[in-house]
Design a protein around this ligand. Structure first.
Ligand SMILES: NC(=O)c1ccc[n+]([C@@H]2O[C@H](COP(=O)([O-])OP(=O)(O)OC[C@H]3O[C@@H](n4cnc5c(N)ncnc54)[C@H](O)[C@@H]3O)[C@@H](O)[C@H]2O)c1
Length: 428
C-alpha cells in the first residue's frame, strides 16, 4: 500500500490494446514504473520505439514516457516477478458458436500464476460474465500459490474498463471506475492503486457485482439501440420518418434518452458483451430475453439496408445485380479505423451476394482483410461518387463533405441520417 501511495510500485499491464495502452500511459504519467506485456511482437517493438499504434494515444504522449524509462513493453512474462500489481486487459471475443471465448484471460492468468508472489495485486479489466474472477482466475492463482492466502498475501479485483474509443471529453483518468474485490482487503488494495490515477473509484460489494455492472451498461446500450432500430422498421411500414420522431421525442427534458438507428451494431463491445451474460444465464436455465431480442433486431439491420439499396435502385429502373455500389465508411463508427463487428462489412457481403459490384471509401481504412472479405479503398472519391449507381452511407466520418456527396451521387441510401442534418437542397 505504501508503494502505491508513493508511486514507487511497479505496475504490469497484460494486453496492450485499446484498453491496456491508455491505462499503461495513465499509470506511467502518474510516475509509476510501468511494464506492458503483449504476445503481439509488433506492438512490443513499436511501444519500445516510443510509437503508439492506438488512435486515442498520441505518439507524442508515449514517446517521452518511453524515453524516461517509465513505460516499456515486453513479451517475457518472467518480468511479472518484479511487478507489485498487474492489470489484465486481454480480449474477450466470442467463439464461432457465439459463446464466450475466455481463453485469453486463462492464458494471462496462467502466466501471472507462475509468477505470483506475496503482496501482488491482480486486477481483471476485460469484460466478462459474472463469476469469471472467482471461478476462473482465483482458483488458478491459488493452485500455483497454495501457500499464499487471498486477501492477506495476494489481492484480486475486477474493475471494468469504460473507454469509448475516439472520445476526448471522457478519458481513462476522469471516467469513474467501478471496482469489486474478492475480499475487503482486496478492494482496499485495488482502490489504493487505482485511486492514484483515476479521479473516482466506485466500490461495489464483490467481483461478481463489478462484472455485472459492465454487462448492464453495455446491455442497456444494445437493448436501446435494438429498440430504435425496431422503431425505424415500424416507421418504415407506417410511412413515417423515424429520425424526425426520435429527434422530437428527444426534446423531452426528462425520462427519455436519445439513441439512433443505423446499419446495425458494431465494435467489439456492444454486440458481444451482452452475449456473455445471456450465455451465463443459459447455464442457469434462464433466457435473457431482452438481450436475445435486441440481438435479433440489431443483426437484422444489414439485411434491411441491403433491401433498401435494392428498392432504391429498382425505383431508378436498375437491378442490384450488376450495379456499382459505393459504401462510404467501413469502420464500425465515425472517426475510427476499427472494423470489428462492423455492420458495413455485413452489408458489403450481402450486396456482393446479390451480384452488386461493391467498392468502398474510408479515410481511416486504406485496405482491409477481414472475415474472408478483402478490399482496397477507392483511390479517387469524386470519381467513385460520380460512377456509382448507388452510394450507401455506412459510417458518418466527420471528414466527409456531405453537401458535395449529396451533389455528386446519383442515388444515396443513408443508414446514418448524415444528409438529414444538411439544409434542404434549394428549389430550382
Ligand atoms: N476497446 C474498447 O472500447 C473496450 C472498452 C471497454 C472494455 N473493453 C474490454 O477490454 C478488453 C480488451 O479490449 P481491447 O479493445 O483493449 O482489445 P485489443 O484487442 O485492442 O487488445 C488486447 C491485447 O491483448 C493482447 N493479448 C492477447 N492475449 C494475450 C496474452 N495472453 N498475454 C498478453 N497479451 C495478450 C493482444 O495482442 C492485444 O494487443 C476486452 O475484454 C474488451 O471487451 C474494451
Amino acid at each position: 500500500m505504501a508503494r502505491f501511495a508513493d508511486r514507487s510500485a511497479r505496475v504490469g499491464i497484460v494486453g496492450l490494446g485499446y484498453v491496456g495502452l491508455p491505462l499503461a500511459t495513465v499509470f506511467a504519467e502518474a510516475g509509476f514504473s510501468v511494464v506492458g506485456f503483449d504476445v503481439d511482437g509488433r506492438k512490443v517493438r513499436m511501444l519500445n520505439e516510443g510509437a503508439s499504434y492506438i488512435e486515442d494515444v498520441p505518439t507524442e504522449q508515449v514517446a517521452p514516457l518511453v524515453a524516461d524509462g517509465r513505460l516499456r513493453a515486453t513479451a517475457d512474462f518472467a518480468e511479472l516477478e518484479a511487478c507489485d500489481a498487474v492489470s489484465i486487459c486481454v480480449p474477450t471475443p466470442l467463439r464461432k458458436t457465439r459463446d464466450p471465448d475466455i481463453s485469453y484471460i486463462m492464458q494471462a492468468t496462467e502466466e501471472i500464476a507462475r509468477h505470483l508472489h506475496p503482496g501482488m495485486l491482480i486486477v481483471l479489466e476485460s469484460t466478462t460474465y459474472p463469476g469469471t474472477t472467482s471461478e476462473i482466475i482465483i482458483p488458478r492463482l491459488k493452485r500455483n500459490g497454495d501457500d499464499l492466502t487471498i486477501g492477506e498475501d495476494f489481492f484480486v479485483c475486477f474493475s471494468p474498463e469504460r473507454v469509448d474509443p475516439g472520445r476526448e471529453d471522457w478519458t481513462t483518468k476522469n471516467t469513474p471506475k467501478v471496482m469489486g474485490g474478492a475480499t475487503t482487503a482486496c478492494l482496499e488494495a485495488g482502490a489504493a492503486l487505482y485511486g492514484q490515477v483515476i479521479d473516482t473509484v466506485v466500490p461495489v460489494s464483490s467481483t461478481e457485482s463489478a462484472e455485472m455492472v459492465k454487462l448492464l451498461e453495455n446491455t442497456f446500450r444494445a437493448v436501446n439501440i435494438g429498440l430504435v432500430n425496431e422503431v425505424l422498421l415500424i416507421c418504415d411500414k407506417l410511412g413515417l420518418d423515424a429520425w424526425e420522431i426520435i429527434d422530437a421525442a428527444a426534446t423531452k427534458p426528462f425520462g427519455f434518452m436519445k439513441f439512433t438507428p443505423g446499419p446495425g451494431l458494431g465494435g467489439h463491445c456492444i454486440p458481444v458483451d451482452p452475449l456473455y451474460l445471456s450465455w451465463k444465464m443459459k447455464t442457469l436455465n434462464y433466457t435473457a430475453r431482452f438481450i436475445e431480442l435486441a440481438s435479433e433486431v440489431n443483426t437484422s439491420m444489414p439485411r434491411y439496408w441491403t433491401q433498401q439499396v435494392q428498392d432504391a435502385l429498382n425505383e431508378h429502373g436498375k437491378a442490384l445485380n450488376g450495379s456499382t455500389v459505393l459504401l462510404l465508411g467501413v469502420a464500425y463508427k465515425k472517426d475510427v479505423s476499427d472494423l470489428r463487428e462492423s455492420p458495413a462489412l455485413d452489408i458489403m457481403l450481402l450486396l456482393e451476394e446479390k451480384g452488386a459490384r461493391v467498392a468502398y471509401h474510408d479515410p481511416y481504412v486504406p485496405a482491409f482483410q477481414h472475415d474472408g472479405l478483402e478490399s482496397t479503398c477507392v483511390p479517387d472519391l469524386d470519381a467513385a461518387l460520380a460512377s456509382a449507381d448507388c452510394v450507401v452511407i455506412t459510417t458518418d466520418h466527420s471528414d466527409y463533405d456531405w453537401p458535395a456527396i449529396r451533389e455528386a451521387a446519383a442515388l444515396v441510401v443513408d443508414t446514418r441520417a448524415a444528409l438529414r442534418r444538411l439544409e434542404p437542397v434549394p428549389a430550382e
